[in-house]
Design a binder for this molecule. Sequence first.
Ligand SMILES: Cc1cc2nc3c(=O)[nH]c(=O)nc-3n(C[C@H](O)[C@H](O)[C@H](O)COP(=O)(O)OP(=O)(O)OC[C@H]3O[C@@H](n4cnc5c(N)ncnc54)[C@H](O)[C@@H]3O)c2cc1C
Length: 491
Amino acid sequence: MTSLLTPDTPVESVPAPARQTPPTAVERFRPQARRRLVRADFLGALGWLSGVAAVTLWLADGGATGFSSLAGTMTALGIVAGLIGMDLVLLMLLLAARIPFIDNTIGHDRALEIHKKLGKPALYLLLAHGLFIAIGYGAAEGLDPISESVSLWVNVPDMWLAFVSMALFIAVVVTSLVAVRRKFPYEFWYAVHLLTYAAVATAIPHQFSVGGLFAEGTWQRWYWLAFCIATGAALLFYRVYQPLAASFRHQLTVSRVVRVAPDVFSIEMTGRHLERLAGSGGRFFFWRFLAAGHWWQAHPFSLSAEPVLAMSAAQKSARQGKLRITVRNLGDGSARLAKINPGTKVAIEGPYGMFSTAARTRNKVVMIGAGVGITPLRSLLESTPFEPGQATVLLRGHDESELFLGQEIMSLCQARGVTLFYLTGPRSGGNHAWLPQSAAAAGFTLSSYAPHIADADVYVCGPTPWAASVIRDVQWAGVPAEQLHYERFDW
Ligand SMILES: Cc1cc2nc3c(=O)[nH]c(=O)nc-3n(C[C@H](O)[C@H](O)[C@H](O)COP(=O)(O)OP(=O)(O)OC[C@H]3O[C@@H](n4cnc5c(N)ncnc54)[C@H](O)[C@@H]3O)c2cc1C
């Protein structure tokens, strides 16, 4: 069933809402949702446990006995702050390592959100570590904190590396603050961010060469070493080896670039073994086009079509298939991509994100997209399972020319029995700013289009302020947090 609301359709004649399907006896995605919640709890518990372990290391070494004097108290606080700070840094690295278990449980966005949130506390703890140690050691030796710091730098093995590490951590955290970050190009921010690895690498030697806490042969030393090595190994495997292996396995090559609208184009690619990416509809990859002027930038773009094995027998036997992304020219890099030549090789990292069937919790589904945010909905609509009558799609644009891939989506909706609304026209103000003025003035809300929304998974993708307004309405409509899936296109 396909219904349309176009600018020519008076809003009073909004088609009857989607046929209400009776509650289905079996919610096929419930077990998957339950497993995901259990995995999320497990990850949360692991995070907290690692913090508890850091404090336990310190207690087991008699850390609490230092509180008998001022110098001892400062030193004890310094050590425990350093341990927890370093623990947070390792957790941050693991969250950014794109480990599938984490990505498929809480999603790439959420993992990076937690990563960002941990940044400041980690830095404060590491600063407190340096400060308290300088005061504590200094008080014990009758030196002021500055003279003590100089003495530590000069006399203690590997300590100068710890000072370098601290300077690097400060640089990374300061450039990550939103206000500062916006002033620099993404590549600059990214390059500075890579210094985190140098910061961690330079922080580690003094931990093993200075303290009795990690003395040779102690379990504390083994635990800490294992934690550091596991983090490094996860980063190497998932950030370096996996992307290289995926790029080599799939051998992606640009086959053609198709104009979708004046500033929007699709890049089609052929590749091998794409059946291994089945079900990735809605997810995103980092794409690196291996051509002059492009190879040094990796862009995140979502699939706008589910990967397919190509249809001819010869292509099937060669396991050849097709992939597609749709790109809006929003900056220098994306503008240049419009001119990419067929035959260009493409390296990929991914698929990432939870904007896919993997996030489903309910049989019913509502997809709401605007602008280029419509394009991942196109591939999700193609790939995610539902019965006819159980899905609703709302596409928002200023006019129909902004409903990118709208014709393809309409065909898919017709074929799969989806209720489709085109919402066009100038935006309204007030509470439902995402709706066209005419619809909001006539009293329509999200529930007018998707009456079953509280019992559906809701996927939202579009410009950030627009999406924020949709998400408010989704929440007002009584949709629980675990049923809301939102893909952000900004960084
Ligand atoms: C998960 C996700 C999925 C996306 N899917 C699509 C899509 O399907 N179609 C589409 O048109 N746009 C999509 N975007 C937005 C798109 O990545 C940016 O518009 C594009 O990278 C801008 O590059 P630029 O060089 O033209 O712009 P600039 O603003 O000049 O960007 C400079 C650099 O920043 C990088 N960059 C910009 N935004 C991000 C980001 N969010 N994360 C990491 N690096 C970034 C670019 O790759 C480029 O290297 C998506 C973004 C994200 C985060």
